[in-house]
Design a protein around this ligand. Structure first.
Ligand SMILES: Nc1ncnc2c1ncn2[C@@H]1O[C@H](COP(=O)(O)OP(=O)(O)O)[C@@H](O)[C@H]1O
Ligand SMILES: [Mg+2]
Length: 235
């Protein structure tokens, strides 16, 4: 059988030593196919961000493998890891991480320069609903628009893998649903694989795959047979 797009085996991670030792991930196995939307649930402190950061090459694993599109990034030297992050990966954080002195369009452009085949700027700005706001600075737009801009930064590279850590965690209900709809569109339009970390259980209904972290293991790994459009989610 062909290897999955994302193939994680026996992934382990701890923090601290001795009395303060915290075994956050105790041996995680996950396989995702290209183009899947995956929602990763779990209580606060269960290791969701730790997991995502390791898949994003931002934190080293203790042991195990993380194969993305055929490359085990858990054993890559730093230089190659930077290349992986540039080429393959889009990362969206809960708190936007925009550059305050750059306009909306410039924030997205600096990320476009990192890619060999960036998406064209105008249609991207339009699908983000930011075209008419493109010359504004982050402090001049709403939280939802800032998160759209952050998603634009991740998407402009046309990444194979989009990792989102609580992308709606700081947003109201209506804006959250718009952001989730945008992710759904991006998935359908560009076929990128998306992992959304959230503690909002309702979001699971828009995913093809649902994972749940608890006590350092994947307590749930299920296929969602009845995927709902993000628009229809309620919580
Ligand atoms: N850099 C760190 N050093 C020590 N402990 C950490 C560090 N990062 C996270 N932790 C701990 O690891 C556990 C998992 O954290 P995290 O992955 O942020 O959980 P989640 O994103 O599910 O809320 C928590 O108990 C947290 O305090
Ligand atoms: Mg977290």
């Amino acid at each position: 059988m062909a290897q999955a797009y994302l193939d994680i085996r026996n992934l382990k991670k701890h923090y601290g030593e001795g009395e303060a030792l915290l075994q956050v991930l105790r041996g995680i196995d996950v396989q995702l196919e290209r183009g899947e939307i995956c929602v990763l649930l779990g209580p606060s402190g269960s290791g969701k961000s730790t997991f995502l950061n390791m898949v994003g090459g931002l934190e080293p694993a203790d042991s195990g493998s993380i194969v993305v599109n055929g490359t085990n990034i858990a054993t890559l030297p730093d230089k190659k890891l930077v290349e992986y992050r540039r080429k393959e990966l889009g990362f969206v954080f809960q708190f936007y991480n925009l550059v305050p002195d750059l306009t909306v369009q410039e924030n997205i452009e600096v990320c476009a320069y990192l890619s060999k085949n960036p998406l064209p700027m105008k249609p991207l700005l339009e699908s983000l609903g930011l075209y008419e706001h493109r010359h504004k600075f982050p402090h001049q737009i709403s939280g939802g628009q800032q998160q759209r801009c952050a998603i634009g930064r991740a998407l402009v590279k046309n990444p194979g893998l989009l990792l989102c850590d609580e992308p709606t965690g700081a947003l109201d209900y209506k804006t959250s649903k718009e952001i989730l709809q945008l992710m759904e569109e991006v998935n359908q339009q560009y076929g990128c694989t998306i992992v959304i970390v959230t503690h909002n259980d309702a979001i699971r209904h828009m995913a093809h795959r649902v994972l749940r972290l608890r006590d350092g293991v994947m307590a749930e790994d299920s296929v969602n047979e009845h995927v709902l459009p993000a628009m229809q989610l309620e919580w």
